[in-house]
Design a protein around this ligand. Structure first.
Ligand code: NAP
Length: 472
């Protein structure tokens, strides 16, 4: 029997779809799953693609079925399962074989695993795969980290299975060790911010302007034709237009407002903090999900404090245009923060991350895909030395034009008691960032007062201390 080109372990939602994608592109893929019953089900459902798939009941059978050097994708639950699979595979593999962890690993785990395998092998790639079930089946965005040589060996397969944007495949080697999984983590952080800001604008339209879901849907559909054009805006319009067959009400109105999270958004906020890079819109979005989960406490607080019922009047064309611009401004800041975190990680770990390429491979396949990312790619291509989107030639005029609208929306929401945590975090970031004379002089004075931490002076070199008066 012809040897397989690649192996895949883990036939869950993502693994099964990725295996079908690989088989469909003409590659022979050997598959294995811990629970072997899943392999049979998978083969039955593979239909005509089954002829390109080699079902393997054991790890040994899997490793024997693949042509050397053997690339094997792990698509199992992130965490301990990955360590277990590596431990089981290692004795069966040679130095030049390649384990490809394509799950949502924490990049710190990827660094640890790569370091542990550096001596003796096999090779190890940490690969971020975005796009959910649909992406895995028909073309995800693929972010590769690890040895460039190992990547080259699987590049033709990744090129074939990745999403395409205007003919270009949305996959790339982004850097050594944890670079791929780090970029995937920040992708998810940006995704959180993007979704939260969209939800905040929905909240304004629902609660301040009193629009029912069915009337908000065409607003988002219209925005999807403009500069906000993106998958997330598109699905927002579709979600808001959907009806619950059981109650006949808008689907969104029968869904409990308690959001889940699996951890990657939180990791992006943690890594931003660890690197000392402000990513406040992302942090606000993560916190907003956490606060959303406190449903009972929020209900109790509403009973105690009440909620204002802002009557902002009808959502006129002017109002909608302001909201669209405000969302655009917030989005610019959130993406700028995410890219700044990646630029800082690149410096910290010596990855040399190509920010333009990151934006380019996010243009299709992944959840935050949008035309906006094409503009970001171009902005970084034209200014590769800057890691700050806000200071690129392309984005300076965009944020300049849009931030007054964000200001208006945040101010009015604050007065009306409407929570817009991510939008207001984005505005505060812009306002602090563009102000050369901030207020950290007072912070430094306080630190010196209570802890003799010292401060720099505006008129002299070195570290100084204040002659602080004693407290009475
Ligand atoms: P899933 O449907 O829950 O499937 C999990 C898979 O992991 C199953 O094949 C399961 O095998 C296997 N597994 C779990 N623990 C294991 C262990 N200790 N040893 C061996 N195998 C084990 O998960 P999924 O959604 O496909 O996600 C897989 C990975 O992709 C995760 O890292 C996830 O974060 C990432 N991811 C998911 C999405 C998405 O939209 N779902 C998007 C991007 C990335 P059994 O059948 O034996 O339980």
């Amino acid at each position: 029997m012809k040897e397989a080109d690649i192996g895949l372990i883990g036939l869950g939602v993502m693994g099964a779809n990725l295996a079908l994608n690989i088989a469909e592109k003409g590659f022979r893929v050997a598959v294995h799953n811990r629970t072997t019953a899943r392999i049979d089900t998978f083969m039955r459902e593979a239909g005509g693609l089954a002829e390109n798939i080699v079902p393997c009941e054991t790890m040994e059978a899997l490793t024997e079925a693949i042509a050397r050097p053997r690339p094997i994708i792990l698509m199992v639950q992130a965490g301990e399962a990955v360590d277990q699979q590596i431990a089981a595979l290692r004795p069966l593999l040679a130095r030049e074989d390649i384990i490809i962890d394509a799950g949502n690993a924490n990049f710190r785990d990827t660094r640890r695993r790569m370091a542990a395998l550096a001596e003796g092998g096999p090779q190890f790639l940490g690969v971020g795969v975005s796009g959910g079930e649909e992406g895995a089946r028909h073309g995800p965005s693929i972010m590769v980290g690890g040895s460039a040589a190992a990547y080259r060996r699987i590049e033709p397969i990744l090129q074939a299975i990745a999403a395409r944007h205007e003919g270009e495949d949305c996959q790339a080697w982004l850097g050594p060790d944890g670079a791929g999984h780090f970029v995937k983590t920040i992708h998810n952080g940006i995704e959180y911010a993007d979704m939260q800001m969209i939800a905040e604008i929905y909240g304004i339209l629902r609660d301040a302007h009193g629009l029912p879901a069915g009337e908000i849907a065409p607003v988002f559909a219209g925005w999807n034709e403009g500069r906000l054009n993106s998958y997330l805006i598109e699905i927002t319009a579709a979600v808001l237009a959907a009806q619950d067959p059981a109650s006949g009400r808008p689907m969104v109105d029968v869904i409990l407002d308690r959001a889940g999270q699996k951890g990657t958004g939180r990791w992006s906020a943690i890594e931003a903090q660890t690197l000392g890079i402000p990513a406040t819109a992302i942090e606000a979005a993560v916190a907003a999900r956490s606060l959303s989960a406190m449903k009972e406490e929020r209900d109790a607080a509403q009973k105690r404090f009440g909620v204002p019922s802002p009557a902002a009047g009808p959502a006129s064309g002017d109002v909608l245009a302001i909201l669209e611009q405000a969302l655009f401004a917030g989005k610019i800041v959130a993406y700028a923060q995410g890219f700044s975190v990646m630029a800082a990680a690149s410096r910290e770990f010596g990855w040399n991350l190509p920010l333009g390429t990151v934006a380019r491979i996010w243009r299709a396949g992944c959840i935050i895909r949008s035309q906006f990312l094409g503009e970001i790619a171009e902005a970084f291509d034209n200014a590769p030395e800057t890691g700050n989107l806000l200071m690129t030639g392309a984005f300076m005029p965009l944020i300049e034009a849009a931030h007054p609208h964000l200001r208006r929306v945040v101010a009015r929401s604050a007065e009306a008691g409407l929570p817009v945590p991510a939008l207001s975090a984005a505005l505060a970031h812009f306002d602090q960032f563009r102000r050369g004379q901030g207020t950290a002089n007072l912070i430094q004075a306080q630190r010196d007062f209570f802890g003799a931490h010292g401060f720099e002076r505006i008129d002299a070199e070195g570290t100084h201390h204040g002659d602080w008066p004693p407290l009475r």
